[in-house]
Design a protein around this ligand. Structure first.
Ligand code: ZN
Length: 110
């Protein structure tokens, strides 16, 4: 099991747990995640696991929107279903708001 403490843009979103991760029949120790913005250079979100190093994902922060199909400010990891599902409700609501804003922008651009 991984126990994460989540902070996004300085806001504390509390903690959540994901199941133990097995690959090739081996139990792997969890890693924390950090989201780095390549535009402004900020680490704008951290899902920390006490005593463990971070894996760093490069994604623009909400203040630096860029590519049309990139969800700036989103912490969703398409390849980590269990992580996404375990996120606290407030984070899922934040993600929904980001995606709705993106959809509205797309509608205006059409
Ligand atoms: Zn940025």
């Amino acid at each position: 099991m991984a126990h994460y403490s989540l902070v996004i843009e300085g806001r504390d979103f509390g903690t959540f747990d994901t199941p133990a991760e097995y690959r090739h029949g081996q139990l792997y120790p969890p890693s924390g995640y950090a989201w780095f913005c390549p535009q402004c250079g900020e680490v704008w979100a951290r899902a920390a696991v006490e005593g463990r190093p971070f894996t760093v994902w490069t994604r623009r922060c909400i203040a630096c929107p860029g590519l049309r199909y990139e969800f700036a400010g989103s912490i969703i990891l398409d390849w980590e279903r269990e992580f996404n599902e375990a996120l606290p409700r407030a984070v899922k609501e934040r993600e929904m708001a980001l995606h709705l804003a993106w959809a509205e922008q797309e509608k205006e651009a059409a």
